[in-house]
Design a binder for this molecule. Sequence first.
Ligand SMILES: NC(=O)c1ccc[n+]([C@@H]2O[C@H](COP(=O)([O-])OP(=O)(O)OC[C@H]3O[C@@H](n4cnc5c(N)ncnc54)[C@H](O)[C@@H]3O)[C@@H](O)[C@H]2O)c1
Ligand SMILES: [Zn+2]
Length: 385
Amino acid sequence: MGRVGKEPDFGVPEYSMCDDGIREHTFHLGIQGAWATRVVVGRGALGGLPASWPADAARAFVIGDANVLGRFGSEVAGRLRRLGVDATLLPFAPGEASKTRRTWGRLIDRLDRLDADRQSVVVGLGGGVSTDLAGFVAATALRGLRGILLPTSLLAMADAALGGKVGLDTPGGKNRVGTMWWPLAVLADTSLLASLPSAEIRHGVAEMAKAALIGDPALLDLLADQAPGLAAGRPPSDEAIARAAAVKLDIVERDPLEGGERRVLNLGHTVAHAIEAASDWRVPHGAAVAVGLRVESRIAARVLGFPDEAARRLSGVLDGVGLPSSIPGCRYQDAAPFLVRDKKVQGGRLRFALPEAPGRMTRGDGGWTVAVGPEIVEACWHGTD
Ligand SMILES: NC(=O)c1ccc[n+]([C@@H]2O[C@H](COP(=O)([O-])OP(=O)(O)OC[C@H]3O[C@@H](n4cnc5c(N)ncnc54)[C@H](O)[C@@H]3O)[C@@H](O)[C@H]2O)c1
Ligand SMILES: [Zn+2]
């Protein structure tokens, strides 16, 4: 799909907080004027399905892991059928291990056998594995189908289903194959979080803490207030989830293709990805992000004057939620070989996306990252906060 011009022309984002507590963020991406995504976060957001459904689409293919389709598939299919849409559920085995070319190939073949056509719509239902995979199937089947994402995990509502990145893992690493693809709508119905396991709640909170540090310091206060409930596995408030989503959407709107500012969404992830790789992907992403945020906020304190008390405050909130401060057996020396494989490395030098202050990320020399020497990373790896 051709992209014209370097600087896409964005429309004005619209935010509204409805009386029923649903926060709606509508954004229009100006790439050839072709992409516009409506994002709704809140209890009952699934009720937005009719308003988001394209009038010419009579067939829906609902792609999600078997866990999630077993739980919510018939509810979603029922809603589609009431719209007069023929809905087919296409489950795959739950887990990151399914986010592969093999599963993608099977789903593409199933769409072929079921005679999916250009008017068909892919509905991605589930956590980030489901929305990444369903999105990639939609982006590639018949050279690109329309889709709607219905995230069901906290991580997917606050992060993975937003922003247009879809893709797969390969033996070479996570998300090594993928593209940008924009769904018609993302409807994040927070009432679905009631059944999410408590560990998955905590992992989503790590990404929300990241969003707070990047662009909404008051969100960290909300998470601090809610920490006892979060530690017990209760979902955050709709307000908190919508605010985390808004931080990401604002940035993606300004820089959808990651030419610069979007790199700030990598906060905590330079360290997190190295921890995950060093553990051979046994450490859950959210746990690695929690450690990454702590280490990188200490690095920011060293190199950018990020306030020490803000780094301690972040750590206190993560502690309160039950997120780890370090990973046993993962010392700096264990992770260092994986740090240098980071996508932001330039000329062999490590680069980090770092905050100057809570809610304000550094622009660096214009590329939104700063070079940091390994001795500083090592010194900040094991903190005392
Ligand atoms: N595209 C992006 O921008 C982006 C950003 C961040 C993460 N990701 C990707 O997201 C993935 C991780 O997402 P995840 O943590 O949601 O994992 P996941 O999709 O595997 O979901 C975690 C588990 O929770 C279950 N689940 C989901 N919703 C549920 C619910 N409401 N009730 C009960 N169980 C439920 C799932 O079946 C699964 O077992 C990774 O593959 C990561 O690469 C993508
Ligand atoms: Zn992440």
